[in-house]
Design a protein around this ligand. Structure first.
Ligand SMILES: [Zn+2]
Length: 250
């Protein structure tokens, strides 16, 4: 069920921004709900469902089973499973479209506020719980906004140098707005000061995998400049970090 939901939202939201009838990515023919939910191939062009559809199904069933048996000590079973679904949707959409959408951001902010209040409110009472959640959200949002602005300055000066060298501006942003929103959501979810841990681990993960990525690019004989400048999505690393602290830590 959870896997179907993740696949459904990942299929329709980036294209229509609303809960619409899913359509075949190959020929745009709408799926019937029965065919869509039973993962059958497209009736019109016979193209089978993508690898991601199956991967998400398998991973969701496996992780639901695992976290049912070994629930998160921080958030418990029901909230934990909702968060898993949310992480699944934003990760798939981020990886496939490099995009964070308003509906998922708003839903995430609510989910984050509830989770943060739950985590911090259990011992300290509702008011302090809400306060810590909001403070974490503000911190996550602000710190990412600062990173983002610095990255933008860096990209601009690079664009000027490229123009001076007669090359075209590639118009790439080193860090996306998506990450600012994501860190705001994770900040609400973890609250202050736990958001620090999520932020730092996310940066470390991004750094390690970014380094491996650059090495891989160099091995494929790209020029060092090109390899260093390839844009890296940071969102999945922060989600992985949040996942670790919610479900595997403790
Ligand atoms: Zn089709």
């Amino acid at each position: 069920m959870g896997g179907l939901f993740i696949n459904y939202l990942s299929d329709v939201l980036p294209h229509t921004r609303r809960l619409s009838q899913p359509a075949c990515p190959n020929c745009q023919t709408s799926f019937s709900w029965a065919a869509y939910l039973t993962l059958r191939a497209c009736a019109s062009c016979k193209k089978r469902r993508g690898l991601r559809t199956w991967l998400v199904q398998i991973l969701t069933v496996a992780s639901f089973t695992y976290f049912w048996l070994f629930p998160s000590k921080l958030v418990g079973i029901p909230l934990g499973l909702i968060i898993l679904i949310y992480f699944g949707i934003i990760t798939v959409i981020d990886l496939e479209h490099r995009l964070i959408l308003h509906p998922t951001s708003i839903a995430g902010a609510f989910l984050g506020l509830i989770t943060g209040t739950f985590i911090h409110g259990r011992e300290n009472g509702l008011l302090i719980g809400v306060g810590k959640s909001l403070l974490g959200g503000l911190f996550g949002f602000a710190i990412m906004l600062i990173f983002h602005q610095l990255a933008r300055l860096f990209t601009r000066s690079r664009a000027r140098r490229r123009q001076a060298a007669g090359q075209e501006d590639d118009g790439e942003d080193a860090l996306g707005d998506a990450d600012v929103i994501l860190l705001g959501v994770l900040g609400l979810m973890f609250g202050w000061p736990l958001i620090w841990d999520v932020l730092l681990l996310g940066i470390v993960l991004g750094g390690v995998f970014g380094f491996l990525f650059v090495i891989a690019q160099l091995l494929q004989r790209r020029s060092p400049g090109e390899a260093l400048m390839a844009p890296l999505p940071y969102g999945p690393y922060f989600v992985a970090s949040a996942f670790y602290f919610l479900f595997l830590f403790l």
